[in-house]
Design a protein around this ligand. Structure first.
Ligand SMILES: C[S@@+](CC[C@H](N)C(=O)[O-])C[C@H]1O[C@@H](n2cnc3c(N)ncnc32)[C@H](O)[C@@H]1O
Length: 258
């Protein structure tokens, strides 16, 4: 197995996790010990460090990857990504427009659903962020076999964007930008579509609510995903004291072309 350049998680006995790309000429150092990447013969496997402890080596899941990766703009947390996928009603052949590529955390999950059978456009006004999002996808899909990145990145300010230029009837529009209602400056929805906006503040949600009503969207829903992990051990069964408090609100709606 050629393991050079593979993306891995390194898990220490104290349950610390690190994301790394294997470089067989180098070593990996933590304060729990170090090892040479050349010691890794397979993924998954276990390697012994200089201090005699075992590190576990394996491929990251989506959740581990996005929580451990270096980020630029704030990512959408996995708990919210899951709900967004549900509310946008997407499946593997959906045609989706994402507005706000950012660090690519949501883009990556959408990619894992749509792959080569669906269509994914990702719009952002920042070239730097789009390069970062593109890198996020490329790094992660190197862990999957036979995958190609077929996302179309659109580098544009939302306020200038005309979606008719895509020449496609979108199934879902998902936004993570501060002013998603700017979409309607140049665009009128003409086919049935699901809309989901992720917004940190309720004032933004209220503005978006007005915009969706004005554009004759129906079934507008506003929600917040509150997730509580539990610790279950021999003597301890209680909610975890690490609670992610507020991330963002979701506002979703459907436009139905009768
Ligand atoms: C918070 S980030 C998105 C993070 C992304 N959803 C993720 O999970 O990694 C917001 C992104 O929207 C972009 N953005 C903000 N306002 C915009 C606008 N008016 N038009 C286009 N892109 C915009 C920013 O450049 C930034 O990259």
């Amino acid at each position: 197995m050629n393991i050079d350049n593979q993306l891995i998680v390194i898990k220490t006995p104290k349950n610390n996790k690190f994301l790394a790309v294997i470089d067989i000429d180098k070593e990996f150092t933590t304060n729990e010990g170090k090892f040479k990447f050349s010691q890794i013969k397979n993924i998954p496997s276990i390697v012994e460090t200089s201090t005699g402890v075992n590190f576990k080596i394996y491929k990251p899941s989506y959740k581990e990857f996005v929580l451990l990766m270096k980020r630029g703009p704030q990512i959408i947390y996995p708990k919210d990504v899951a709900q967004i996928v549900l509310e946008s009603n997407i499946h593997n052949s959906s045609k989706v427009l994402e507005i706000g590529s950012g660090s690519g955390a949501l883009t990556l999950y959408l990619y894992t659903i749509l792959k080569n059978t669906g269509v994914l456009y990702s719009l952002d006004s920042s070239k730097i962020n789009q390069r970062r999002a593109d890198k996020t996808i490329s790094r992660y899909i190197s862990t999957l076999s036979d995958e190609t990145n077929n996302i179309t990145f659109i580098n544009q300010e939302l306020v200038n964007f005309e979606y008719k230029t895509l020449n496609v009837d979108l199934d879902a529009i998902i936004t993570d930008v501060p002013e998603p209602w700017e979409f309607f400056n140049n665009n009128k929805i003409k086919n049935s579509v699901c809309w989901v906006s992720y917004l940190p503040s309720m004032t933004q949600v209220m503005r978006m609510n007005d915009a969706l009503k004005e554009q004759l969207f129906q079934d507008i829903e506003i929600k917040e995903v509150i997730l509580r992990d539990w610790v279950v051990d021999e003597k301890i069964v209680r909610p975890s004291n690490k609670l992610v408090s507020h991330t963002g609100f979701l506002i979703s709606a459907k436009y139905i072309k009768y």
